[in-house]
Design a protein around this ligand. Sequence first.
Ligand code: UD1
Ligand code: CA
Length: 486
Amino acid sequence: MSTPDLAVVILAAGQGTRMRSRLPKVLHAVGGRPLVGHVLDTATALNPVRIEVVVRHERDRVVEAVQHLAPDARVVDQDEIPGTGRAVQVALDDLGDFGGDVLVLSADVPLLEATTLADLLAAHRASGAAATVLSARVDDPHGYGRVIRDASGTVQRIVEQKDATEDEAAVAEINVGVYVFQAAPLRTHLDLIGTANAQGERYLTDVVGLLRDSRHMVAASEAPDATAALGVNDRVQLSEAARTLNARTVRKWQLAGVTIVDPATTWIDVDATLAPDVTVLPNTHILRATTVATGATVGPDTSLVGCEVGEDATVTRTDATFAVIGPRATVGPFAYLRAGATLAEGAKVGTYVEVKNSTIGAGSKVPHLSYVGDTTIGQGVNLGAGAITANYDDLTKHRTEIGDEVHTGSHNVFVAPVRIGDGAKTGAGAVIRKDVPPGALALSVAPQRNVEGWVEKNRPGTKAADAAARARTAQEAGDGSQEEHG
Ligand code: UD1
Ligand code: CA
């Protein structure tokens, strides 16, 4: 059910020069989502009959993102005439004879909440104004358009920073870049905008003064939260917006029952989901669509990208991307889980262990210093310290298959493709090149041979030879005394 008589126009055609970036400004992300994605989300939440996104700079990249984020939005191309006024004009042309209210949003003002916009719309409809501007009072208004009111407080016009007099520049009430207009007067007054300003552009903001000049009522409605109203024009503001959004996200999860020990060093993307009684320790990044189930502890110093963490799992000082960590599994410290790492219930991946495209069965352990790639490990397995699956033969990758209840010695190399049968064991230092049948003990290291007296004979006069001589003398004396007493 859409809100009747509401169309939304999102301005996303500008160049974003101040970002100094190859990436179009509106595709820079905060909270794991492009700026324009946040604006599309809030617009969608209002259920308008139509969303129009105006594009020009790097239009193909922006269009691709818009179609992915909001397939129902319409894209309209701005021509070579610059300015936010021109941008709205081309969108309005695309809206045909639409006669309701037009909510204009800037794609570089990402943090406004849908409730703020709904309140703006309600105020606009209640007052019957031809235009209602969303304003905010800020400590440092530099760079923004200012809302100029007369002595009675009535909104007169908006003046841009570059065109402001000293008195105007001192005004702390800024134009957020968000407005509601009645479509009909907007249409006629957009035609009247000139380019006599510092930037030679057609400013949408001029419509406010022009409406006023022709005796239309214009109003400004102040945003409740000025920090959510700030725009992103450069990378300083990008990081500020990211921090503001993150604080909001952290608070949301805290109120939902998640313990977040240090909000300042915890970063959570908007698509992540955390269950009640999750604990997040400092310096932890929970990114993309990561889900963390109840009772799990994540961090400190952990990054999860698109991962699934099961109930009561523990993930400590770990870097994991597209990994599935089962219930009660333990990971880290200093583990590296790459795409396709899947740990079943109660599995353990310990210290300095890398896992890629591998399944580790229930209760199985890879505790120390190992590389597990393209491997399937059954249940109840223990891989000894320093296990390496040699999955790559210089041409292709091969799989290692390890059955249930297999225990391997330390420092084994599994040269794939290779299979280790259920219940099998391997000796320390084994290089497993052939399949091991179930229940077998595989040994590949030649028996040890000790050459007695080698050091004293071949390295005379060294500290090693002296130590060996002392040990031999003590041994001989000991043997002697044993003989005496025996
Ligand atoms: C604009 C407002 C300013 C306000 C500020 C709030 C104007 C003239 N000024 O300034 O009063 O305080 O936003 O953040 O509107 N865009 C187009 N086509 C264009 C130019 C811009 O679609 O030809 C889009 C941009 O992509 C951006 C938005 O409009 O999303 C705002 O443009 P920007 O150049 O950032 O305007 P500001 O200088 O921030
Ligand atoms: Ca801007």
